[in-house]
Design a protein around this ligand. Sequence first.
Ligand code: TRP
Length: 339
Amino acid sequence: MNNQTNTTRETILTGDRATGPLHLGHYVGSLKKRVSLQNEHDQTILVADIQGLTDNAHKPSKVSSNILNVVADYLAVGIDPLKTTICMQSQLPALAELTMYYSNLVTISRLERNPTVKSEIKSKGFNRSVPAGFLTYPISQAADITAFNATLVPVGDDQLPMLEQTNEIVRKINSLAGKFVLNECKPLLSNASRLPSTDGKNKMSKTMGNAINLGATEKEIRTAVHSMYTDPSHLRIEDPGNVDGNIVFTYLDAFYPDQEYVNQLKESYQRGGLGDGTTKKILEECLQELLKPIREHREFYLNDKAQLIEILRAGSEISKSKTNTLLHRVKDVFGLNIL
Ligand code: TRP
């Protein structure tokens, strides 16, 4: 695991809010990449249960009931707990402590300017009743990242403002200390453009029923593909159709293994003569094939909850000591390690 000869070995931290089972958007956006990153880097994945509570404290079971589902999702796609440390945010007290220290370095107006938080506050209709924990979750995320002294954070572009705020905090700590204490982190942006929801209208969401979960049954996959948004003006098979904004083609681009074949399908669709029934059938077969082994593995892991808990416990134990080390360094900056 610790290949010292590889100088480009990065310390990677990623995480997911445990607010629902993971779906195909997570798969193309980040899970696939994590599976390959674990072979060359020192990777930790954080099940962000506390962050999940920042807008779900009134229904905490939405978080607690999904923690093991998310771990099963990780394992099912090929994340190997011998190569990747999987840990649980609420098991690491250093993260909460760091959040308290960092809170003194960040202003409310800076938090209100964070574009992702700003748009989430708007879309959730919080107005002035935004929970303090929600407004400040970028600080807690900075604690997550710096507690592992991460250098690389694979994220979607909506998370860039969090990394920017993290690096602002890092620079403040380093400048307070007058020496290097914490690493700045770089984003590793996923090159897969964000996968649209099956209805083509919204961002894919765990709760809106417009996503295909990794554990979706054969029937759920079929129903989702057959109800996908295509080109509403493509009425007859022989009519020329539009592939832009046609979700079936967006998914074929993302998942079909042979891009050349997808390009041929697109040409024939645009020319006229290829029906939505056929393109949906091709996509359905492809997704059934992709998801069958993932679903089976997922079920296998969920049938042995004790093993999932042990994986999380062991990963959290390792992470606890790593994050305590970083907490100690930060407390040092404030001159508090006097006892
Ligand atoms: N905010 C991330 C999300 O919404 C989850 C997350 C929590 C995270 N802590 C993190 C991501 C640290 C990267 C690094 O999915």
